[in-house]
Design a protein. Structure first.
Length: 497
């Protein structure tokens, strides 16, 4: 029998729906993560620029991005809470046995989430209510709390990849837990920084892609140029850094998780002078069909020499390694991630060359077409990275200590499938609502901008939260006028509340 079918036949009936549900919710949540982790920093970069230059356009963009940040955070609360419950409901074996060892990561993430919620509320409230510098200084901890949340989650995930900080007693239960070692495992550093930079790169390209699409539709004013330039510059500067970090984490996997590396590269037998395959398919007998074969390259990439010995999948028993299908999935996800990263590097270099030579943004329509697509492509790369990480670790939920099948819930399979269907319906509604809110915000902002242009750049008579200057006193409201209307022409910067 095919090894994949055999594995499915031997697995508990509830394993497939449990994994499907977890995969769906995680894949959905991770779409929001780049904006949650990186948008606060990008927004504050623009905010600081606006304060330094007394730039009304930069401050207006920062204010609008902060509104997007808040909406995204609200949606992230929903999807993140679902994931938290799923860890306990779907994988009681994992949390019951190992929670005392790696659970501190979730505790750190919860505290970071609480602090981030408070700081976002202060940041939103502070526009036009706090002095400009005070408002900016109060927002400075916001990116740190976002990174702290990522710290907690990555600490837990890296521990699952390279578990440390405990010993097993005679019953196989973890004792003598050392929290410091459990948090700072061998995979934590490379995995954390690779993830954080990926979030910054992705958020930068996603935000810039919105304004690149506007440029292609003829919106080429300073508002769109600045909205494109700041996030795209952040992403372009960090793209080559991400390439170096990606190479570092792949080499760390080679040393710490050799069987996962074998799955990522579809290496069947331990050997030297191992070729690199671009895509292709691994069969249960070890044959590889399709793809592009590059002789000796895998050994060179792993150890800088064709004589580097690469561990193969057959170095461990069949029940302790990914199946041929899982290895193929991990390999394709890895190749897609690297391929997209390579294309993003080309776009970043294109941008850098034009800027260094001419000190202006590129003028080519093809550049902006590529930039508009880069945001979606970078999200696909992030999804592919998580697929590589999770599928490549199979069949282990705690690497070489607990299999996924040992951790799964005993809840009946039909119940889990019903739960899966309900979650899909709820998520379609939630993400649909998210999209509708963003589109309505965009429409309001365009109306406000159009009114501002018609008034010759002065503040619109119809004062809305999206129009006017981010700082300065509120306009005087004439007697009998409805709330939110008035006339005033305040200066661009004012430290008064």
């Amino acid at each position: 029998m095919h090894s994949t079918l055999q594995a499915l036949a031997d697995a508990p009936a509830q394993l497939l729906p449990a994994r499907s549900l977890m995969a769906f919710t995680l894949a959905s949540h991770i779409i929001l993560v780049p904006l949650g982790v990186a948008l606060p920093l990008i927004t504050l970069i623009l905010h600081g620029y606006g304060l330094r230059r007394e730039d009304r356009t930069a401050l207006l963009l920062a204010r609008r991005w902060s509104a997007v940040m808040a909406v995204q955070f609200a949606i992230g609360v929903i999807t993140g809470t679902v994931l938290s419950f799923e860890f306990g409901l779907l994988w009681p074996g994992l949390m019951g046995r190992w929670g005392d060892v790696f659970g501190i990561g979730f505790g750190v993430e919860a505290w970071a989430f609480f602090l981030e919620a408070v700081l976002i509320a202060i940041y939103l409230y502070g526009w036009r209510r706090l002095p400009a510098r005070t408002h900016f200084l109060l927002a400075l901890p916001l990116p740190a709390t976002a990174l702290l949340g990522a710290f907690g989650i990555l600490a837990a995930n890296s521990w699952m990849n390279t578990p440390r900080g405990f010993r097993l007693d005679s019953f196989g239960n973890p004792v003598d837990v050392e929290i410091w070692k459990a948090v700072f495992t061998p995979m934590f550093g490379p995995q954390y920084w690779h993830f954080v930079v990926a979030m910054l790169v992705t958020a930068g390209y996603v935000v810039a892609g919105v304004y690149a699409a506007g440029w292609l539709r003829g919106r080429r004013d300073r508002y769109h140029r600045l909205g494109f330039a700041v996030p795209f510059t952040v992403a372009a500067v960090l793209t080559p850094v991400q390439f170096v970090l990606g190479d570092s984490i792949a080499r760390k996997v080679f040393h710490e998780q050799p069987v996962k590396f074998a799955a990522m590269e579809m290496v069947w037998k331990t050997d030297t002078h191992v070729p690199e395959y671009l895509f292709g398919r691994l069969h249960p007998d070890g044959d590889i069909s399709g793809g592009i074969r590059i002789p000796q390259l895998d050994s060179v990439l792993a150890g800088f020499s064709p004589d580097t010995r690469v561990t193969g999948l057959t170095s461990v028993p069949e029940d302790a390694r990914p199946t041929a299908t899982q290895a193929t999935i991990a390999h394709w996800a890895f190749d897609i991630m690297v391929g997209i990263g390579s294309l993003l590097l080309v776009i970043a270099l294109w941008y850098a060359l034009v800027w260094l030579r001419r000190r202006r943004l590129p003028a080519s329509a093809w550049f902006y077409r590529c930039a508009a697509v880069a945001g979606v492509a970078s999200v696909v790369a992030v999804e592919s990275g998580w697929i590589t990480t999770e599928v490549g670790r199979q069949p282990w939920i705690v690497y070489e200590n607990m299999r996924v099948a040992e951790a799964v819930t005993s809840t009946r399979s039909p119940t889990l499938w019903i739960m899966f269907g309900l979650v899909v319906v709820v998520y379609v509604f939630v993400f649909g609502s998210f999209l509708v809110v963003l589109l309505k915000m965009r429409t309001r902002w365009r109306v406000a901008d159009e009114e501002d242009r018609r008034s010759g750049g002065a503040r619109s008579r119809r004062e809305t939260p999206e129009s006017g200057l981010p700082y300065g006193p509120r306009p005087a409201v004439p007697s009998g006028a409805p709330p939110g209307t008035g006339d005033a022409a305040s200066p661009p910067m004012d430290d008064r509340p």
